[in-house]
Design a binder for this molecule. Structure first.
Ligand SMILES: C[S@@+](CC[C@H](N)C(=O)[O-])C[C@H]1O[C@@H](n2cnc3c(N)ncnc32)[C@H](O)[C@@H]1O
Length: 290
């Protein structure tokens, strides 16, 4: 970026760490990243793959468990790709979960949801990639944590931890490459708002960034600063998957183009170009034009 645009200077002066966050994720999250990695990143890789993951998420239904970083790690492990992963999340519970988790859990009922849902296929691929058979468990065990509110459900009182267990909870180890990465410093966990100007990410570094279902939770200034942080840390051949929901964005200037987070002018000033991915109007592939 040649000169700091005025809107970015304003954003810095307005910036406040946000407090409200949505933590929902699912085992299906990670599919887009895996597809883009295979298509756009891995074929052009030069050395170790460097990934930035912004916002990991921690709850599917009523089970508290990070999933998305493990999906990506398993895929890379299956392909024998040497990677490093930096994960930035505003929620300290997410960071702590990723630091300590040994097994992941997914409620069994998800696997029979719909015909189009390939979750069982994805689960089997996860197991194959990480060289394990997995389990379906019916008893509580360490690491399987249900959200507190499940005990007091008003609308669906029949859904309880016991009902999840009766139906079966799918369980598997976290990818060994992820655990080893934590020990060896190839997986880095950062508790921060991605928009925090004090967050120091390496410049011109990452081959791939994902920021999926995160920006809609940021204020206007937060979105701008987050975009800047991601643009600066992406290397010249790197690509970023960024999503936002127009319906969540309350700020007009950034909504003119390309979803809720950034207009075309702002993107150019950040040195980025955007392409919509697939049918969704809120999912973009960003890159630095050569
Ligand atoms: C809705 S979840 C989505 C998680 C995951 N990307 C997915 O698609 O499953 C949003 C995650 O982003 C984190 N988050 C929200 N705002 C953030 C911010 N400004 N900086 C870093 N992380 C943020 C939340 O703590 C949460 O873990």
């Amino acid at each position: 970026m040649a000169e700091t645009p005025v809107w970015l200077e304003e954003a810095e002066s307005l910036y406040q760490t946000q407090e409200y966050v949505v933590n929902v994720t699912s085992f299906a999250r990670g599919n887009v990243e895996i597809e883009v990695l295979d298509r756009e990143v891995i074929p052009n890789l030069d050395g170790r793959l460097k990934i930035l993951l912004v916002g990991a998420g921690i709850g599917q239904d009523d089970i508290l468990c990070c999933l998305m970083p493990y999906r990506i790690a398993a895929h890379l492990e299956g392909k024998g790709i040497d990677y490093e992963m930096t994960i930035v999340d505003l929620n300290p519970k997410v960071i702590e979960d990723l630091r300590t988790r040994e097994e992941l859990f997914v409620a069994g009922w998800h696997f029979g949801l719909t015909e189009e849902d390939n979750l069982l296929e994805e689960w089997n691929k996860y197991l194959a990639d990480t060289g394990q058979t997995g389990e379906i468990i019916h008893e509580r065990r360490e690491g399987l944590v249900f959200l507190d509110y499940i005990e007091e459900r008003v609308y669906e009182p029949h859904i309880t931890p016991e009902s999840y267990l009766e139906e079966g909870v799918f369980c598997a180890r976290v990818p060994a490459s992820f655990t080893r990465g934590l020990e060896e410093g190839r997986v880095t966990l950062i508790h921060s708002d991605i928009a925090d100007p004090g967050l120091e990410l390496p410049e011109d570094y990452f081959d791939f960034t994902s920021c999926y279902e995160v920006l809609y939770q940021c204020s206007q200034s937060g979105q701008m600063l987050a975009m800047m942080a991601m643009a600066l840390s992406l290397n010249e051949r790197g690509v970023a998957v960024v999503s936002d929901r127009k319906s969540f964005s309350a700020f007009e200037r950034l909504m003119q183009q390309n979803g809720g987070w950034c207009g075309e002018v702002e993107l150019v000033q950040l040195g980025l170009s955007a392409n919509q991915i697939g049918e969704r109007d809120s999912l973009f592939l960003l890159r630095k034009p050569s």
